[in-house]
Design a protein around this ligand. Structure first.
Ligand SMILES: Cc1ncc(COP(=O)(O)O)c(C=O)c1O
Length: 356
């Protein structure tokens, strides 16, 4: 594709021109005696997997499994250290320090703005419509787009509000922004919404990027395994700037287990039970004296407004229950976010909140 391409033309020119580092594992294939990567043949790791070898940069077996799970082609996928790394890579690929900007829709996930700050990219904000259940304001987003806005981050279901954005509005934005900006739809919590992924819209929308993760539905936050899904051309660019070996061998092993038939069934079951628990917890929260309002959730957490969030936080903290005070987020004064935990954990939280 040429630089006149509607997506590649938005990239930082030096990234477009970059000759990436070529790691030993990228250059080699097959062979019997590996003396190419300055590894140590004497490994202290007992048994399999052997940890003295550098891992495959993008492990083919895992990519194939993820492609099947997300229903996309293998060349649409990049595995990253959590989806947080996907956010960071996009910022570094598209935003020139001190010149370019991203657009976010607060209240939303904090890492978009943090990654922007690290890259010295400006942050343009177009708030979600609080009075309309935190829905998107597509007209305002389009009005806020200038040539310096290279990335639009939409989080659906949104953290911390828990709500799904309207699919048709997101798709219309993606189409309207072709040649102007990349639209990144962060679907970290999508499994809890039971709605189809925007990946179905990838074909024909080369400026659409989708972020997924094994941290939530699969219960694998500890392995740091995220997935960026985009056109093969864009995945190729991100592959140029990602660190040489982003998928450590133990991470690969755990992710492959998650992608087996048993792993997928276990994840589906855990999502179902967390959804049932979310419904139960929301119903109980709604009856508690200090709870003023609570928003419907398509995720594994609930956002609710209380009479005094500081009091709720100190009461819960006193018994070792840790909630998240979202009061400092745009428009969320006295709002608290509670992750849906195990039944006993949720009951412990509800019991304290009931007494505030
Ligand atoms: C909306 C959203 N996106 C991305 C992430 C980061 O997830 P990961 O663990 O894949 O880096 C989070 C983490 O809480 C999140 O809430």
């Amino acid at each position: 594709m040429s630089a006149a391409d509607p997506v590649l033309s938005l990239l930082r020119p030096e990234i477009l021109a970059l000759a990436p580092y070529s790691s030993a594992r990228k250059e080699s294939s097959g062979g019997r005696i590996w003396l190419d990567a300055n590894e140590n043949p004497l490994t202290p790791s007992a048994g399999k997997p052997l940890l003295n070898r550098y891992p495959e940069p993008q492990p083919a077996e895992l990519i194939a499994q993820l492609a099947a799970y997300y229903a996309v082609a293998e060349n649409n996928i990049l595995v990253t250290r959590g989806s947080d790394e996907g956010i960071d890579l996009l910022l570094r690929a598209f935003c020139r320090a001190g010149q370019d900007a991203i657009l976010i829709t607060p209240p939303t996930y904090g890492m978009y703005a943090v990654s922007a700050a690290i890259q010295i990219a400006r942050v343009v904000t177009v708030p979600l419509l609080a009075e309309k259940n935190f829905s998107l304001d597509p007209t305002a987003v389009l009005e806020a787009i200038t040539p310096s806005v290279k990335l639009v981050f939409l989080c659906s279901p949104n953290n911390p509000t828990g709500t799904l954005l309207a699919r048709d509005e997101v798709v219309r934005l993606v189409q309207a922004l072709l040649g102007k900006a990349i639209v990144v739809v962060d679907e970290a919590y999508l499994e809890f919404a039971g709605s189809p992924s925007l990946t179905q819209e990838l074909v024909g929308n080369p400026n659409l990027v989708i972020l997924r993760t094994l941290s939530k539905a699969f219960g694998l936050a500890g392995i740091r395994c995220g997935v960026t899904i985009a056109s093969p051309a864009l995945i190729g660019v991100l592959q140029k700037i990602i660190a040489p070996y982003p998928v450590p061998t133990p991470v690969l092993q755990a992710a492959l287990v998650a992608m087996t038939a048993e792993g997928l069934t276990a994840a589906r079951r855990s999502v179902q039970s967390l959804i049932a628990e979310r419904i139960r917890v929301a119903a109980r929260l709604a009856t508690l004296p200090c709870v003023r309002r609570l928003w419907p959730s398509d995720s594994n957490f609930i956002l609710f407004e209380v009479t005094d969030s500081a009091r709720v936080m100190s009461a819960t903290r006193a018994v070792g229950v840790v909630l998240r005070d979202r009061s400092r987020d745009y428009g969320l004064t006295n709002c608290v976010r509670m992750t849906i935990g195990a039944l006993e954990e949720n009951n412990a939280a509800l019991e304290v909140i009931a007494r505030v």
